[in-house]
Design a protein around this ligand. Structure first.
Ligand SMILES: Nc1ncnc2c1ncn2[C@@H]1O[C@H](COP(=O)(O)OP(=O)(O)O)[C@@H](O)[C@H]1O
Ligand SMILES: O=P(O)(O)OC[C@H](O)CO
Length: 499
């Protein structure tokens, strides 16, 4: 068994990735493929579910075959995924009835307001740990049922299946079209009672969603089925499922209460393990399920920031300011400060701790002296400032100061960003050697289920630090800078609210 590998499938917002891990937790092979982002209207974001499946199946095969391996070398598959993104398909044909409505999509903001006017906010938060927001799956399912001709009648006849991306992939990968998910993905739908660990009938009724559409909910580390032979000739156990931020928390081995990680990908997601009991937030954070391993459920507090590395992507693809994402660091370093420029990247509204779906991206403080270098620097600062706001909310909820922040995701190779983050937080920012911690976490969850690793104590030894960033910047300067950021956020929200 130990000479085999674990295959982790990481289905992200902008690309599908697959990584093979060996018993020491080293990545031995990676394959990645980007897919189309579909923007039918401002504020709408969709993916083609068939592209999600095709790219994910393609990279899974590529990661294995390029090492000269085949299915017989794979001990288990772990799946991790962009969360909340909503797919509805026909059980009979396996065909989606609409594109995947992506987590960033804001089309249901008005319906969310109606739910709030109906006084549901407290009930939703108490049961699911979530604020009512277009971010989560429930209102997206409702939209599909109300807007795709014939969908509601089909759903009521039990002919449709809903799934987050993990469910969709497993349906396609598995021998008998399994319709399953895990507790972490379920906890992002706004339909799952995180205390009872079951779909909630009151919320399903409130949002007109038939229960028969929903997948069976499993633990995050458990064999849920086998792959079909058209994928790999040898059936392989699908043994781990977790939303990507939950997998990253596990991959970072934040297994003790108080340990936290921030993932800097398309968005930024700061998540802290809060132990065996859910902690209710008084500061607009989300209470979520960290994972379920064996019979043990761990909970977490999360601050979800919708635009992180996507701001850098926009500078590259939207306004052609840079040619590649890493180029931003050199450009930003070419000036000492952002010279009074602040960017609030509310391209998809603002997530935690503001939760304003109508806020839009804004740039403040531009003068004749402003150059692309200042914009680059202000962009990196905006990513760090948003994470600062979330961490402060988290510390206020828990009444403690965190010891260190473990970081991962594509943007953490940016040393300037990491140093600025440490300067802002006054907390050490620690980058591990493996920054693909999302895939690593999925591999660990799958490997534990098939006894590839003996337990958490064994895999804890594998986490290794690459670099630690500590505060070096003058405190007064930082405080003045924080005030500037706060003014920019307030102005951005006021602009949205005054419409
Ligand atoms: N050196 C860098 N500096 C800042 N941002 C970067 C850098 N390299 C990559 N990024 C950003 O990181 C993101 C990619 O990270 P990744 O973890 O692959 O994201 P996801 O899983 O959300 O697709 C992109 O949005 C990209 O713009
Ligand atoms: O695809 P990522 O890595 O940006 O993660 C997306 C999140 O899961 C959305 O909640």
């Amino acid at each position: 068994m130990k000479n085999k590998y674990i295959l982790a499938l990481d289905q992200g917002t902008t690309s599908s990735r697959a990584a093979l891990f060996d018993h020491a937790g080293n990545i031995i092979s990676v394959a990645q493929k980007e897919f189309r982002q579909i923007y039918p209207q401002p504020g709408w974001v969709e993916h083609d579910p068939r592209e999600i499946w095709a790219t994910q199946a393609g990279v899974a095969a590529e990661a294995v075959t390029k090492m000269g391996l085949n299915g017989t070398s794979i001990a288990a598959i772990g799946i991790t995924n962009q969360r909340e993104t909503t797919i509805v398909w026909e059980r009979a044909t396996g065909q989606p009835i609409y594109n995947a409505i992506v987590w960033q999509d804001r089309r249901t903001a008005d319906y969310c307001d109606q739910l709030k006017e109906r006084g549901l906010e407290q009930t939703v938060r108490a049961k699911t740990g979530l604020p009512i927001d277009a971010y989560f799956s429930a209102t997206k399912i409702n939209w599909i049922l109300n807007n795709v001709p014939g969908a509601r009648a089909k759903a009521e006849r039990g002919e449709l299946a809903f799934g987050t991306v993990d469910s969709w992939l497993i349906w396609n990968f598995s021998q008998q079209g399994l319709h399953v998910t895990d507790v972490t993905n379920a906890s992002r739908t706004m339909l799952f009672n995180i205390h009872m660990l079951d779909w909630d009938d009151e919320l399903l009724a409130a949002m007109d969603i038939p229960r028969n559409m929903l997948p069976k909910v499993h633990a995050s580390s458990e064999i849920v089925g086998m792959t079909k032979s058209t994928v790999f000739a040898t059936p392989i156990p699908i043994a781990g499922i977790a939303g990507d931020q939950h997998a990253a928390l596990f991959g970072q081995m934040c297994t003790e209460p108080g340990m936290a990680k921030n993932t800097y990908g398309t968005g930024c997601f700061l998540v802290m393990n809060t132990g065996k009991k859910p902690v209710e937030s008084n500061n607009n954070l989300i209470t979520t399920i960290a994972w379920k391993v064996g019979d043990e459920v761990n909970y977490a507090l999360e601050g979800s920031i919708f635009i992180g590395g996507a701001l850098v992507q926009w500078l590259r693809d939207g306004i052609s300011m840079i040619k590649s994402a890493p180029e931003i660091e050199q450009l930003a370093r070419s000036v000492q400060t952002s010279d009074g420029v602040y960017i609030v990247p509310a391209f998809a509204g603002l997530g935690a701790p503001h939760w304003n779906p109508r806020a839009r991206g804004s740039v403040f403080g531009v003068t004749r002296g402003t150059t692309s270098a200042h914009i680059a620097r202000a962009s990196l600062e905006a990513i760090a400032f948003q994470s600062y706001d979330v961490l402060k909310a988290m510390e206020a909820d828990l009444g403690v100061k965190i010891a260190e922040l473990r970081v991962d995701g594509g943007a953490v190779t940016n040393n300037l960003l990491m140093q600025f983050q440490a300067d802002l937080l006054g907390v050490d920012v620690v980058r591990p050697q493996i920054i693909e911690t999302t895939a690593l976490g999925a591999a660990y969850l799958a490997g534990l289920a098939v006894n590839y690793w003996s337990g958490i104590d064994e895999i804890k030894q594998q986490w290794k630090q690459d670099q630690r960033f500590s505060r070096t910047e003058d405190q007064d300067k930082i405080n003045a800078h924080k005030k500037g950021w706060q003014r920019a956020v307030n102005a951005s929200i006021a602009w949205a609210d005054s419409e």
